[in-house]
Ligand binder design. Sequence first.
Ligand code: RNT
Ligand code: ZN
Length: 420
Amino acid sequence: MITKRLENSYLTAKERYAEIGIDTDRAIEQLSRVALSLHCWQGDDVGGFETPDSELSGGGIQVTGNYPGKARSADELRADLDMAYAMIPGKHRLNLHAIYGEFGGKKVDRNEIAPEHYQGWIDWARTQGIALDFNATLFSHQLANDGFTLSSADGSVREFWIEHCKRARAVGAYMGKELGQTCIHNLWIPDGSKDFPADRYAPRERLRASLDAIYSEKVGDTLADAVECKLFGIGSESFVVGSHEFYMGYALKNDLMVCLDMGHFHPTESVADKISSILLFAEEVLLHVSRGVRWDSDHVVIGSDELYSLAREVVRAGLDRVHIALDYFDATLNRVGAWVTGSRAAQRAILLALLEPTDTLRGYEDSGRLFERLAMFEELKSMPSGDVWNYFLYKAGVPVGTDWMKVVSDYGEKVIAARS
Ligand code: RNT
Ligand code: ZN
């Protein structure tokens, strides 16, 4: 009977959207083809598995909270991911960081990582039918403690991290080849300083040289490279070497992708607004969908105005040119719940954008009918998008509405709580 109700509500919604020129079946079909890249690091507070007690340190990022039962091994993380994926409609990628390798109890330093350390993930991904993305890890390490890695004034420190990045790209290329789907390797580095530097030029010059050394290595077309900028971090409030201008320049000149993290700009700056500019000069762009709150850039993603604006720009630009990865970490709540909440929020935002009568709105705009444009945006807010969303969930075979919460809570009580 619930099914009947879902179907009836959907049919009514479908009619109402048809009245404003929107085909809801098509919107659902388009949405079902959007693959997000889920970030593995929400599952264990960005700790990784280098040692049994690996923890996030430095890097200008921080996890707060101590909700019990975080994944302590790749197997536990995969079990939690399986649960999360089962609650998220559609097929989605997994975004791994280098510190999530399976090192078999051996000390494998960052400049020693190799494809074999990620074979477990590749095998798992193959069974699940999902693709992998990858990231070099340039934080939580003694050679990153003073806040500088690829832009360090110390040549041996730079060499160490250059080697790590080269290996990370090789791992990513291997993943892409093994799984038959291009792997995106994203590079974010923490480099910066708490107080005003006397020299902003030299560190940036060194970073450019390090990047040249890294990207001059050709790894084939199973890897795509992205670079991620930041405005400031904890402990790098006054200066971040890899700023937006730095990476925009570098990426465009060297044909890499720019990665825009929603938490990495001034709070009043719109990341949505940047997409159309970047896509005039680059083929593709990578997004880190996140939520900044005061000093933090990594709260769980929710349906906010920023997210809705972003999704509208993504859909208007074309879903094939924008790669959508998630990036947040919250240790105050059930981590599986955090994955599902953020993923569903991102998908819902894309659905809302797909349900927008863009041609009509552009028509108003082109003919100077500005009250009509504004009023239409307002009217859209009370359209029955929730009924389309629920039908999409139902068609995708995942729990509808709030039903998934009970499943994840049960998993928390049975599986997560048993970890001590
Ligand atoms: C940090 C960046 C970066 C990280 C991950 C863990 O500010 O956003 O993307 O969050 O690499
Ligand atoms: Zn990010």
